[in-house]
Design a protein around this ligand. Structure first.
Ligand code: PLP
Length: 380
């Protein structure tokens, strides 16, 4: 037996290290039987090992989609619904259904063929199992990535004008309508990366955030008018979002809230904006109104916002979906940036000015997020 035919030992990450699981498309249509039962086979590996082709359009054009989820250690659990494996894996993936639904929506917007949800669940479960071996008891960040795949690969969702089409008589004919070259099978590159949670996040949450309002340069109607801009899609093209964060850091701020050119509050580069007002009720008590910016304004529908809203509704809070202006944030009783990894972080300053904070509502919001409710109508 030659060395190359020896089965490789499974990769186990050390403490603080990450692990990657590639979803490798089987040859043939996505519907065909496969090792994972869904057109892909899973391969667990060391993420430091080079694996992506330099021609992959996820790298060369940011042409792909992603999701970032968190998984919480479930000490000694023997049943695990979150990963859907039923193997007793020691993690529960938070809001996994919502993240997978949003990944599918993003992939549809970019016309990237995607392995079905069960394959992603199995890949996440496999990554978490390997991660747990080196990081017992630690929570994890689970990133799902799907790219269009290497340049020159068949398909790619392109439309071709006047391409030959097969008519009902079986003869080749010139198509009158543009023909979409739908990839007949999974032509993209797919992986799940499981990593430790950054230790700095909890401290940043405690401290609160100094936030800059930055113009995104588009108006709040652009998503509907120009769907090709992929507003509100979790595409890999996040260079602008990262540049905004660097700009904020250069000005001594921690984070950003984007505004539209017509003056609406949009979202953070990696978070959803929430604000709350305490509202006097007719019976003399005080209720809480929780508001997030208008969804149709070209923002990403947040899974954290969705699950928080579902719990807040159950608790009898009033809910609102913008439109919001910066002055609404200044006049609120509290403003927060929320996301799956960072959780609920209070905003302490807007453009250098201190704004009101409400630690009691911050605690309630964190509790709502931890309930992991199905977001229902409030979800992505
Ligand atoms: N908005 C943007 C632009 C994001 O990138 C994110 C997450 O990364 C969010 C909002 C928050 O989404 P979620 O709560 O689903 O993590």
């Amino acid at each position: 037996m030659t060395e190359s035919s020896q089965p490789a030992a499974p990769f186990v990450p050390g403490p603080g290290e990450s692990v990657v699981v590639y979803l490798e498309p089987d040859a043939g249509p996505a519907s065909s039987a496969s090792a994972a039962g869904s057109g892909v086979s899973l391969r667990v590996d060391d993420p430091r090992r080079p694996a992506i082709l330099v021609t992959d359009q996820g790298l060369t054009r940011g042409d792909g989609v992603f999701e970032t989820m968190t998984a919480v250690a479930t000490e000694g659990s023997s049943t695990n619904s979150g990963t859907g494996t039923g193997t007793g894996a020691p993690f529960r993936v938070r809001k996994e259904d919502s993240h997978l639904a949003r990944l599918a929506t993003s992939a549809e917007a970019l016309e990237i063929p995607l392995p079905p949800a069960p394959a992603w669940r199995r890949a996440a479960a496999a990554g978490l199992e390997a991660f747990a071996a080196g990081n017992p008891g630690g929570d994890a960040v689970v990133k799902l990535v799907a790219t269009r795949g290497p340049e020159g690969a068949p398909g790619g969702g392109h439309y071709v004008r006047g391409a030959a089409d097969v008519g009902s008589d079986g003869e080749l004919a010139e198509a009158t309508e543009p023909v979409r070259l739908v990839p007949p099978h999974l032509t993209g590159t797919y992986w799940v990366l499981v990593s430790p949670v950054s230790p700095g996040l909890a401290a940043a949450r405690e401290r609160g955030l100094k936030v800059l309002l930055l113009d995104r340069g588009v108006d709040s109607g652009v998503a509907e008018r120009a769907p090709w801009l992929l507003m509100g899609t979790k595409s890999l093209s996040y260079a602008v979002n990262m540049a905004a964060l660097r700009y904020a850091a250069s000005q001594g701020a921690d984070d950003v809230i984007f505004t539209s050119s017509d003056g609406q509050v949009l979202e953070g580069p990696t978070s959803t904006v929430l604000m709350a007002r305490r509202v006097p009720q007719q019976d003399g008590t005080t209720g809480i109104e929780l508001i997030t910016p208008l969804r149709s304004s070209g923002i990403l529908p947040g899974t954290s916002q969705g699950t928080i809203f579902a719990a807040a509704q159950a608790a009898g809070w009033e809910l609102g979906y913008g439109p919001l202006e910066p002055s609404d944030l200044v006049d609120a009783d509290g403003v927060w940036l929320v996301s799956s990894v960072r959780l609920v972080a209070p905003v302490t300053h807007l453009d250098g000015e201190e704004i009101p904070q409400d630690p009691e509502i911050t605690e309630l919001l964190n509790g709502f997020l931890a309930e992991d409710r199905e977001p229902g109508e409030h979800g992505p």
